[in-house]
Write a protein that binds this ligand. Structure first.
Ligand code: SF4
Length: 453
């Protein structure tokens, strides 16, 4: 069993026996091989789903390759976002500067692809050599007449959260750049990235309620929608880690109130829809919402009950980017009769972890900014049947012979809304109860023990 690094011990606690606050919100410990992505990656995942924008990575080609199509975010129209452009900075550029190369690349790409905006991500090398990316962007924007924005995301400049903030700063410069009237019953959804069609599910619920979604930031995103986002009457923050800074800025600038919601799980989805209905008020809107929630819940409940019968008392580990997702997962797993034995996030804050402590069962391990060795240890120690995470957690689960559910980058079936809960429970059921795990060498002893119980 591996030891937890001394410098990380305060970022792990066990509910029931540890009473101290979890240490979080700090740079990863050197040598810990954090599961977190870098600043640039944080910025790119937020802006990337804006499908009619050019995304140019100013740095060595590896930064662009490493994040190419990172979330596979779906678009109902243009797909310019799925191309990965890089200025491919080399030794000569490091010596002489990369600004001219950047300007040439920007002009060539804009001429060829005719985007509606361009984002230029400044990576570690651009930050180190001191390229004035803002000046290049301003220069090109003056000629092309649409937003060309520097995203200050040098990987060494902080944590993934700083990348989220850089993305929010770029979005804020686009919001409000066109005049438009305020639509009645209008909202923005902040922090849904349409990895597998989630934005379409959420928008459809609001359409049926009679609520107008002005912009989804940034799932299936379009520049024109982002420009009009200041006209919405309410901002709903679905990914709190990434989009809270933007919601706060829009409240300061336009007075738009914001609320934190989740579209994962039956209870949380219903709460998100009722939150909007209550915000606007009116008996008809409330009645439409109640009818939608009742109909969708009834459609999915039999499947949940079928899966629950096989999953009761099975144990799960959860490791996700933002802690708000973890809250919803703990509740959804409980609905399936499962126990959350390990839960953690890359970017949670102190309040998030206190809330997690309050909703988890006694003995749950809560962890901030973990690494693969720790996570493997916690999974074994807590004897979990399932790990829920993203692309970097998948190999950990498979090496341990544990079922895995991708809650992030590589999903092909959406998990949002009532229909998403149906997809989630079917996937967890099929994966946890698959006989293949009994054949995994790492699990052979455990399977034998279970057979004799
Ligand atoms: S840490 Fe720096 S060099 Fe590595 S991917 Fe991020 S921006 Fe690029």
């Amino acid at each position: 069993m591996i030891e937890i690094l001394d410098a990380r011990k305060a970022q792990v606690l066990r509910t029931g026996s540890d009473s101290q606050a979890l240490v979080c919100d700090r740079a990863s410990v050197a040598g810990s091989v954090s599961q977190r992505a870098c600043v640039f990656c944080g910025a790119r995942v937020v802006l990337y789903p804006i499908a009619d924008a050019l995304h140019l990575v100013h740095g060595p080609v590896g930064c662009a390759a490493y994040t190419w199509d990172i979330r596979g975010a779906l678009s109902s129209g243009p797909e310019l976002h799925r191309l990965s452009f890089s200025t491919d900075l080399r030794e000569q550029d490091v010596v002489h500067g990369g600004e001219r190369k950047l300007e040439r690349a920007l002009r060539e790409l804009i001429t060829r692809y005719k985007p509606n905006a361009a984002f230029v991500y400044a990576t570690c090398i651009a930050g180190l050599i001191g390229d004035d990316v803002d000046a290049v962007c301003r220069h090109v924007a003056a000629d092309v007449g649409f937003p060309v924005l520097a995203v200050h995301s040098a990987g060494f400049g902080g944590t993934k959260k700083d990348g989220y903030a850089a993305a929010c700063a770029a979005l804020e410069k686009i919001v409000g750049s066109v005049e438009a009237p305020t639509a009645p019953l209008s909202i923005n959804v902040l922090g849904d990235f349409n990895v597998a069609g989630e934005s379409w599910i959420v928008k459809d619920y609001y359409r049926r309620m009679g609520v107008n979604v002005v912009a989804c930031l940034t799932g299936d995103g379009r520049v024109a929608e982002v420009q009009r986002a200041h006209t919405a009457q309410l901002n709903l923050v679905q990914c709190s880690g990434s989009m809270t800074p933007l919601a706060k800025r829009l409240e300061e600038r336009y007075g738009t109130p914001w609320k934190r919601v989740s579209y994962f799980g039956l209870e949380d989805t219903a709460a998100a829809l009722y939150e909007v209905a209550r915000f606007f008020g009116g008996d008809e809107l409330l009645a439409r919402t109640a009818e939608l929630v009742r109909g969708e819940t009834e459609a999915v409940l039999p499947e949940i009950e079928r899966c629950r019968a096989g999953l009761t008392d099975r144990r799960a580990a959860v490791y996700v980017g933002g802690a708000f997702k973890a809250f919803s997962l703990v509740r959804a797993l409980r609905r399936l009769g499962m126990v959350t034995a390990v839960v953690g996030s890359q970017t949670g804050n102190r309040d998030d972890y206190e809330h997690l402590r309050s909703i988890c069962d006694e003995g749950t391990i809560i962890v901030d900014d973990t690494n693969p060795l720790e996570l493997a240890r916690f999974c074994l120690e807590q004897d979990v049947d399932l790990l829920i995470g993203g692309v970097k957690e998948r190999p950990i689960a498979y090496k341990l012979g544990i079922a895995f559910c991708d809650h992030n980058h590589e999903r092909k079936r959406p998990l949002a809304g009532f229909v998403g809960m149906g997809n989630f429970c079917r996937e967890v059921y099929a994966s946890v109860l698959s006989p293949v795990w009994d054949l995994a060498p790492a699990r052979a002893g455990r399977a034998a023990a279970r057979a004799t119980q």
